[in-house]
Design a protein around this ligand. Structure first.
Ligand code: FPP
Ligand code: K
Ligand code: ZN
Length: 450
């Protein structure tokens, strides 16, 4: 199989096993070898399930119509065996709506249906659960708020009980600066990121509610100690873990970096709380050759969803390294792309497209709504240049940086076709740029009094 010729236009880097190998053979290296062998025919563009057409770079086209159909179907009924998804209704909505938006469909047609799904999932004590009767969780609340931002409009924004949300966030705040993901639940960097996304989009007060336990530890604001908490999650490898002392992982790295970039200007806050050269080193090691995709952690396998979690770290770091924005347009000079866009394009379009629609982790895996959303989000992120400007629609000084991002399509060095281009989404919020602004501005006009 490995010796079969590739289509023309594909550099050896993406069709040959790595030239330098660790001689130690373990279960891990066997699995890596097997994964590589499985990916090779897809990277070479010669697997019989690939439908093409292939371009001059040997890259198959995005099967947009099939993926659109998959995304619409993901918002319909599920068989009984999918009952576990009942705890992820806001996520299912978010992944489906975001996938559709990325592919140029109009997600606002689901507005009424979204309201009917989310209204019963909201608890009067604040926040959203995974569905009716379930306790509020930060992940579900984040997905609910983002979904409402995507469909947009007064009815969507009004649906959220912002006062109760703020009270509930106050109960999740911990003395060490972090947040629990639900009352009595675990504390990790997801919590901090979800809270910052919710606070900034909904313009919630930064003060801790009077009854917040964290006040007893001397904290005054929801943001107190949060950047320091993220800092404690950077590991000896340079990556970022879910909580202090455990293994660095790409999904948590995104949460931590996006959280920091919501708390302040990336060029100030990231170097203050992270060892940037170590972080760049670890993040760079997430991209594999010949696969071209990203892994989530050291000695693990490439997976399409890290196109977003790891891929989404790069624009934030690039912005941090580019420094203070000078104007309303892109910076005059930039460090440029810090990973191989070609490699990621080849992995996504070659290995992650399921032949009946939907995107997947890797060849041999089934597509699902989560991977469809985050593989597409990764493809979009590398098709657009995301940068910050010195102007922001918000009147908040605290969040001026978060709302100052803009994007422009990248036209040079692409190995995909114009027809494979996706819409851009905000690098910190994961929603369309105008959706983030509209939600923020509507809420800013209706302040919550602590
Ligand atoms: C390991 O799975 C995966 C994790 C430890 C993290 C998962 C977290 C997210 C996807 C992000 C959540 C973010 C928010 C905003 C709630 P694995 O062992 O199956 O995969 P691996 O082998 O690739 O590490
Ligand atoms: K995985
Ligand atoms: Zn995955």
């Amino acid at each position: 199989m490995a010796s079969q010729a590739a289509r023309p236009g594909i550099p050896d880097l993406f069709t040959q096993p790595p030239p330098i190998r660790d001689p130690l053979v373990t279960e891990t290296t066997d699995l890596q070898d097997a994964t590589l062998e499985r990916c090779l025919p897809f990277l070479k563009g010669i697997h019989n399930s690939q439908s093409g057409p292939f371009n001059a770079c040997g890259v198959p086209a995005l099967q947009r119509d099939d993926h659109v159909a998959f995304a619409y179907d993901s918002l319909e009924d599920y068989p009984a065996s999918f009952v576990i998804l009942d705890a992820s209704r806001p996520w299912m909505a978010y992944w489906g709506l975001t996938s559709l938006f990325l592919m140029g469909e109009d997600p606002t047609r689901f507005r009424e249906r979204l309201f009917n799904t989310l209204r019963p999932a909201q608890n009067p004590t604040g926040g959203f659960g995974g569905g009716h009767g379930q306790i509020s969780h930060l992940a579900g609340s984040y997905a609910a708020v983002l979904s409402l931002a995507i469909v947009g409009g007064e009815d969507a924004f009004e649906l959220i009980d912002r006062q109760a949300m703020w009270q509930w966030l106050g109960r999740l705040k911990q003395a060490d600066g972090g947040f629990r993901v639900c009352e009595g639940g675990e504390k990790d960097v997801r919590g901090g990121y979800c809270v910052m996304a919710i606070i900034s989009l909904l313009d919630l007060p930064l003060e801790l509610p009077a009854d917040s336990e964290a006040r007893k530890a001397g904290l005054e604001n929801l943001t107190d100690g949060l950047a320091q908490y993220m800092s404690r999650c950077q590991t000896y490898e340079g990556g970022i873990s879910g909580s202090p002392g455990v293994e660095a992982h790409g999904a948590y790295a995104y949460c931590a970096l996006a959280c920091l970039a919501l708390l302040g200007s990336p060029e100030e806050i990231i170097p203050r709380h992270m060892d940037v050269p170590m972080l760049v080193s670890w993040l760079s090691a997430r991209q594999y050759g010949p696969e071209g995709g990203f892994s989530g952690r050291t000695n693990k396998l490439v997976d399409g969803c890290y196109s977003h979690w790891v891929g989404g770290c790069w624009p934030i770091l690039q912005s941090a390294l580019d420094g203070k924005p000078q104007s309303n347009g892109p910076p005059a000079t930039t460090v440029g792309h810090l990973f191989s866009r070609e490699g990621l394009s080849r992995y996504i379009l070659g290995c992650c497209q399921s032949n009946n629609g939907g995107l997947r982790d890797k060849p041999g895996k089934h597509p699902d709504s989560y991977h469809t959303c985050y593989v597409l989000a990764g493809l979009s992120a590398m098709q657009h240049y995301h940068y910050r400007t010195d102007s922001s629609p918000t009147s908040s000084k605290m969040f001026s940086s978060a709302f100052s991002w803009r994007s422009s399509p990248i036209r040079e060095g692409n190995v995909y076709e114009k027809s494979d281009r996706l819409e851009p989404i905000h690098p910190l919020f994961g929603v369309p740029y105008p959706s983030a602004d509209a939600m923020r501005l509507w809420c800013e006009a209706r302040p919550i009094t602590p």
